[in-house]
Design a protein around this ligand. Structure first.
Ligand code: ATP
Length: 475
């Protein structure tokens, strides 16, 4: 199944859509966009699609929620095609619908109409990030493994060599690993490397982002639930802890976990057992904990936001990832690999940066770290054509003259004030800025968050609060 999962161009697509008009639109949109793929397969009913999945393998399944019916059916798809990326689609984008779909096993939720480009991006991201066995943490197929310096890391600065050495030394232990570092410094890559180098490498690597999932769903995400445990719990579901049995459980952005759940996590660490929400059976689970935060954990403990006892349980083997500005020699190798990756993905010719661009990239301070560098290179590749990246392609902040000519999507986010008449309430400006960022990145929350240099959870939370202000509003 899914032999080409990491390669967007080669992916095999199954579209589950009952509306003939929608099928025609999608067929036209997808045909040109996935040139190397065999034509997408269309199924008008969930039953036919499930039958097709029994005899054939796909890398991407686009599931129209209205066609598929209740979320239990989405769970059927998740079971039938465990390696395919499942993107739930709907005309009506409500938070509840999205949460239901994700809970039932979809990798992501996309509101129609959407472009093939958006599908490609979501597919690539989900294939790279979804819960998956460690096989997916191996170097991307399209890239040369020798481009990497250690596991999936690029960079040979002394600071990073020190990190690789630390990972090598702690990999064999069963003790928890606590990774700190600013946003975008590679904490998730680090967690994957710890797993890949550990004796558990053949076991599962399960990542949970404690900030991306609403607090009330988090307990069931980690511990699972029994059917009927709460509204919407329509089937039994294992949590991340059970799924990670024999492998590694990565708790990303642990600093965002609510205090009640921290107590339950502590109990899990102490007893090595879990109980599903609404269930009575206690199950022993063997996992290695790796967690990460971009906050200062000691300060969080001092402020009472992080339980001290939990902190000391988890903070056994600390790894601190250096910000990119402390290792400027890594900037150009990283930029080079991103350029090759995105040029291949976008079928562009870009192969190098000119000397002036290299000088600017190396001199810039990269407050958003590697993720910001990755986003900048991606924007350039998407927005421009050519073999060589030249200075006028750089976004204003990096090109240094403050005049971007409106080329960068991020440029469109800059608020413009024209005297005091333009002053509007802060919360409205905030909503506008976030919505513009989401538009600029086709609704992609992680990329919008990275561009705004905030946590994705902030966007999720804000959207929930806007819905609270305007009952019935969609997302
Ligand atoms: N040293 C590196 N080599 C190659 N790619 C890297 C490196 N560091 C980070 N990246 C890439 O940068 C992006 C951000 O990395 P990652 O998600 O691991 O950061 P993070 O520290 O977990 O961020 P956050 O705190 O915001 O979750 C990813 O696409 C990752 O693959």
């Amino acid at each position: 199944m899914g032999g080409n999962r990491d390669s967007v161009a080669n992916c095999r697509i199954l579209v589950v859509e009952s509306d003939p008009a929608e099928r025609r639109v999608l067929s036209a949109e997808l045909d040109g966009a996935f040139p190397a793929a065999s034509a997408p397969v269309f199924a008008g009913e969930a039953r036919d699609a499930l039958a097709r999945l029994r005899s054939d393998s796909f890398d991407l399944v686009l599931l129209d929620i209205a066609t598929v019916g209740e979320s239990e059916r989405i769970a059927d798809f998740a079971r039938q095609a465990p390696e395919a990326v499942l993107l739930a689609t709907s005309r009506t984008g409500t938070v509840t619908g999205a949460v239901e779909a994700l809970r039932a096993g979809a990798d992501d939720f996309i509101v129609k109409p959407f472009t093939a480009r958006r599908i490609k991006e979501r597919f690539a991201e989900c294939a790279a990030r979804r819960r998956r066995p460690i096989a997916a943490a191996a170097p991307r197929r399209a890239e040369n493994a020798s481009d990497r310096d250690f596991e999936n890391f690029v960079g040979t600065s002394p600071a990073m060599l020190g990190v690789y050495e630390q990972i090598r030394r702690i990999a064999n232990s069963r003790a928890p690993v606590f990774i700190t570092g600013e946003s975008g410094t590679g904490k998730e890559l680090c967690a994957e490397a710890v797993h890949a180098r550990s004796p558990r490498a053949d076991g599962p690597f399960i990542a949970i982002n404690c900030s991306a999932i609403p607090a009330d769903l988090m307990e069931s995400e980690i511990f699972g639930h029994q059917r009927g445990a709460f509204t919407g719990a329509i089937s039994d579901r294992p949590g991340a802890a059970e799924l990670a049995d024999g492998g590694t459980l990565f708790l990303d952005e642990i600093g965002e976990m609510d205090l009640g759940l921290q107590a339950k996590l502590l109990r899990f660490i102490q007893t090595g057992t879990v109980r599903r929400v609404g269930g009575s059976a206690i199950q022993a689970v063997d996992v290695r904990f790796v967690c990460a935060t971009n906050r200062d954990p000691m300060a969080e403990v001092a402020e009472g936001r992080f339980r001290e006892d939990l902190f000391y349980r988890l903070h056994v083997l600390p790894i601190a990832l250096p910000p990119l500005r402390h290792r400027p020699e890594d900037v150009l190798p990283l930029a080079g690999i991103f350029l090759r990756r995105f040029a291949a993905e976008e079928s562009k010719a870009f192969a190098a940066f000119d000397a002036a661009v290299e000088a600017r990239l190396a001199a810039y301070s990269w407050p958003g770290n590697v993720r910001q560098l990755e986003n900048v290179v991606r924007q350039i590749v998407v927005l421009f054509d050519g073999d060589v990246v030249t200075p006028e392609m750089l976004p204003p902040g990096i090109c240094g003259n403050g005049d971007g000519g409106g080329r960068s999507p991020i440029d469109a986010l800059r608020p413009r004030f024209h005297g005091h008449h333009a002053i509007v309430p802060f919360r409205e400006q905030e909503q506008q800025i976030i919505e513009q960022a989401l538009d600029a990145f086709d609704g992609n929350i992680s990329r919008a968050a990275a561009a705004l240099e905030i946590a994705p959870s902030t966007i999720y939370r804000k959207r929930q609060s806007w819905l609270g202000r305007h009952p019935g509003a969609g997302n």
